[in-house]
Design a protein around this ligand. Sequence first.
Ligand code: NAD
Ligand code: IPM
Ligand code: MN
Length: 368
Amino acid sequence: KKTYKICCLPGDGIGPEIIAEGKKVLAAVGKRYGVDFQCEDALIGGAAIDACGDPLPEETLAAARASDAVLLASVGGPKWDSTDPAAPRPEQGLLRIRKELGLYTNLRPVQIFAALADASTLRPEVIDGVDMMIVRELTGGLYFGKRERFYEEPGAGAAGAPGQRAYDTLEYREYEIERIARQAFEAARKRRGKVSSVDKANVLETSRMWREIVHRIGAAEYPDVELEDVLVDNAAMQLISRPADFDVVVTENMFGDILSDEAAQITGSLGMLASASLGDGVALYEPSHGSAPDIAGQGVANPLAQILSVEMMLRYSFNMGEAADAVRAAVTAVLDEGWRTRDIADASTPADRILGTAAMGDEVAKRI
Ligand code: NAD
Ligand code: IPM
Ligand code: MN
């Protein structure tokens, strides 16, 4: 029997609630397809800070490296939102594991489930046919640049008094842009053959370099793929005015973070947006949303982004396309039958069709 080791990172907030549903679905897949998924939990984020003062303990990183795939839920929360720059932050654990595992490609598929057409805040005719892949660069840019904060900087306060000064830097190297561009072009070849590269080349030097490199790679290696440039502010607008026109969207780390939350809302809820973080070694699968502190502990979070991240794991790490399709079909069937979590319910949803987190996971698992 084939055995895979999955390193599970529940993290904080709704994390433990939704990852339980991801594991439930994995177990159902294992049973049906004769694969043994061995899940082992490790600490990350605020939970790890509380246990040992470090948002990414050495043992967690070692367990992740020794696994066949990592399943992450979410990290962060008000408990650890300190203004002291020296205090460890849960988010640092996530950034470090992405960096340490070399996960430079983050794929965020934005797809509409027909049954949820009315859950979007956009009109059904606007979202009709939406099927895009956001390819977010994940280990460079502002998130990993040099940064500093000064508290008694001469002249930084009012009327020339000492005050605070801080900076973050946005830096990219040529090879980082080349490799993410290739990922985007490769994805486009398997889809509708179009890449929209999003930048701010009218202002930023990194963006002008980004644009030049993406075009060089495109012309030399992917002449069959259509390439357009879109300035990020315009992209934010077009994502909600003509979302169905986008196929692959490739962009730098922070633009991708912001645009993917916006794109998630096209599908009805952030609770629907899965993601895969890929590099050259072990990959990590994570919902695009956060730890949702406002609903944590209530058992009402939508586990589907986590479950659809399991679908991506089956597809990308284990080459189990049929099993991945089965997960997607199960989610589609559950939604078609009218089952909803609160975030994707609307005024017309009967109260007895609104499920909690675990009941939603049960509905999906029993259809595998
Ligand atoms: P969030 O994504 O946690 O929540 C935004 C809104 O979406 C909230 O109203 C929340 O209730 C809702 N939501 C999110 N996921 C949901 C789900 N599965 N089901 C139903 N509703 C859902 O973003 P935030 O509130 O800005 O951030 C909260 C914390 O999460 C912060 O500490 C942030 O740093 C962290 N965060 C972590 C990750 C991650 O671990 N990958 C991602 C984003 C934010
Ligand atoms: C995401 C999150 C993270 C990011 C945070 C928690 C560091 O918002 O995965 O989208 O910005 O990458
Ligand atoms: Mn985000």
